[in-house]
Design a protein. Structure first.
Length: 332
């Protein structure tokens, strides 16, 4: 029964994620553009979410431009969700009745395990969402995009931004924590008043996801910048070539200086650099669109997941007697 319950959560969560990803994908694309526009150009290209929608549809071929990279993103989201719910239920079942901090840690660990498999595809999605400025072609396949990223940044380039992902694993963890705490307090009281629980579950899921997004958004901006860093550095003409004297000076740097350089390439270094060069506000570029996307995305996911999970379990119990009777008839 435990295995069936875990499988039901994984399958229903994946299907719910696929539906919500497709529903809010244009918002996802727009927020990605808003996060990186300062990095890729001296002058901001879009003046907010509405202007971004208007500009992209008018300059890049209509409404279809808002769905560039949808296929890989849906595939990535489905696999990511399936793995997350699978790992989450596995770790939670093994821990018995976890306390608050343990539950947060379980969510973070499940997210880290899932993203280790899906980060390369996430980088492809970011590349496609950026359009020509991301370095890819419109008709570029998933395999071609992965090969191009590997050629530009090496094998580890496929996992660019994973350090940020480890921090962002707290996002689903915070989401589930807030959702479970709100649900245990609100839903039982509303059931007594005959209020539709499904819509309450939608609102609770949406609010909990929006809360987690607001907390972790600077790291989302840093992750997107990290994913674009190698390609923007490669195509940038602002950096002069390194002379022999400069190369010699670089090799003579102290261990501490090199350590600082390595730190500068992590998510924390990127965030510090953004604040220094562009101001604190740059960390929150596109936040309104992201909050709107998160509100509807997670709400749709959890509403669909709840319905599908019940259907999967009921279907299983309907099929078991049929399969049992069929096996008996074959044995006769």
């Amino acid at each position: 029964m435990a295995a069936l319950n875990a499988l039901g959560h994984a399958v229903s969560g994946s299907v719910g994620t696929a539906i919500s990803t497709g529903a809010v994908y244009p918002l996802d694309l727009v927020t990605t553009r808003l996060k990186t526009q300062r990095q890729l150009g001296d002058k901001a290209q879009y003046d907010g979410v509405v202007d971004a929608f208007r500009t992209i549809t008018s300059r890049e071929g209509g409404v279809t431009a808002l769905y560039s990279g949808l296929g890989p993103d849906v595939a990535k989201s489905v696999v990511d969700s399936f793995l997350f719910f699978g790992f989450y239920n596995y770790f939670r079942r093994r821990s018995g009745k976890p306390r608050v901090l343990e539950e947060l840690a379980i969510g973070a660990l499940a997210g880290a395990c899932a993203r280790a498999f899906t980060t390369p595809v996430s980088n492809v999605v970011t590349r496609k969402q950026m359009g020509p400025r991301g370095g890819g072609r419109e008709d570029e396949t998933l395999r071609e995009a992965l090969a191009a990223i590997k050629k530009e940044s090496g094998l580890l380039g496929l996992w660019s931004g994973y350090s940020a992902t480890l921090v962002l694993t707290m996002n689903p963890s915070i989401t589930f924590f807030v959702n479970r705490r709100l649900a245990t307090r609100i839903i039982p009281a509303l059931e007594e008043e005959d209020i539709p629980v499904a819509w309450v579950a939608f609102l609770l899921a949406a609010v909990s996801k929006a809360t987690a997004t607001a907390v972790t958004y600077p790291f989302q901006t840093g992750k997107t910048r990290l994913q674009m860093a190698s390609r923007s550095a490669k195509h940038s003409s602002e950096k002069p070539s390194v002379t022999n004297a400069e190369a010699h000076a670089m090799t003579s740097q102290s261990f501490f200086s090199r350590l600082l350089q390595l730190l500068d390439e992590t998510i924390f270094g990127v965030i510090i650099r953004i604040v220094k060069q562009e101001g604190l506000r740059a960390l929150y570029d596109g936040l309104r669109g992201e909050l709107l996307k998160s509100f509807f995305s997670h709400g749709i996911t959890m509403l669909t997941k709840g319905i599908l999970h019940r259907l999967v379990v009921r279907l299983w119990y309907l099929l078991v007697p049929y399969l049992h009777a069929r096996r008996l008839s074959i044995n006769k």
